[in-house]
Design a protein around this ligand. Structure first.
Ligand code: ADP
Ligand code: MG
Length: 247
């Protein structure tokens, strides 16, 4: 996937000032940076939950280029196709509360992809097994721990067979040991070749698990590098200042 010169303006204020990022298939990229620098907006622009004012996003062969005009019906159709390739996971798990865990995972493939229920159920059970939730299939979300709910949310996103997974602070609401269960699922997906972008405050994870770390500040990418380079010898003073404040 690729983002090229993505810009987003909110109320006359440039929140994204031309973000360009090429992501190779199978890469795990951590996005770090101070609160308010545009990390969430960037992720949301990648699947057009926010409409960029200008710039190009290309995911799994669906390319959308914005040049500042009104959002058209054709662009919405393209965004719909693009979103089919993207799974998104939020800080707040966002499961359907009145559905079992299994139903949460099965629902979109059945409703959106018209997958036969038997097939969707078998796939959902396999995904729940992958994220360590086989025993929780018939439970309701509010009876699960936060870490379990987040893993169910990941299984639900995976059920649509995305090419890219986007995570916005997936472990920020979790105690460290529960966060670890979630991070471990992301490592497993990485080993299986999934392409993943993770906005995170977990510097240990960013350093240990990422192929590349992107540091954002003030609506731009300040530097993007191999974690051992970026954490050990950051080039930009803004990166150094940020890392000093969080490490
Ligand atoms: P981060 O995720 O890095 O903390 P965000 O992308 O959430 O940053 O926000 C970047 C900036 O954009 C902030 O100044 C925020 O207040 C502003 N912003 C985000 N969403 C909106 C919105 N829907 N309307 C207006 N301003 C917004
Ligand atoms: Mg955010």
């Amino acid at each position: 996937m690729r983002a090229d010169q993505v810009r987003k303006i909110f109320d006359g204020h440039a929140v994204l000032r031309g973000i360009s990022l090429d992501v190779a298939r199978g890469e795990l990229i951590s996005i770090i940076g101070p609160s308010g620098c545009g990390k969430s907006t960037f992720l949301r622009c990648l699947n057009f939950l926010e409409i960029p004012d200008s710039g190009t996003v290309d995911i799994a062969g669906v390319t959308i280029t914005r040049t500042g005009g009104r959002w058209t019906r054709q662009e919405e159709d393209a965004a719909h196709r693009l979103r089919a390739h993207v799974g998104m996971v939020f800080q707040s798990f966002n499961l359907f509360p009145h559905r079992t865990v299994l139903d949460n995972v099965m629902l979109a493939p059945v409703r959106v992809k018209r997958m036969p229920a038997d097939e969707a159920r078998a796939e959902a059970l396999a995904l729940l097994d992958k994220v360590g939730l086989s025993a929780m299939a018939t439970r309701y979300p509010d009876t699960l721990s936060g870490g379990q709910q987040q893993r169910a949310a990941i299984a639900r996103a995976l059920a649509m067979r995305p090419d890219v997974m986007l995570y916005d602070e997936p472990t920020s609401a979790l105690d460290p040991e529960l966060a670890e269960e979630v991070l471990s699922v992301m490592r497993t997906l990485d080993n299986e070749g999934m392409t993943q972008l993770v906005v995170t405050h977990d510097m240990r994870f960013a350093r240990a698990a990422s192929d590349r770390v992107v540091f954002m500040d003030g609506g731009e990418i300040v530097e993007a590098d191999d974690p051992d380079r970026l954490f050990v010898a950051p080039e930009d003073p803004r990166t150094r200042r940020f890392l000093r404040s969080v490490l």
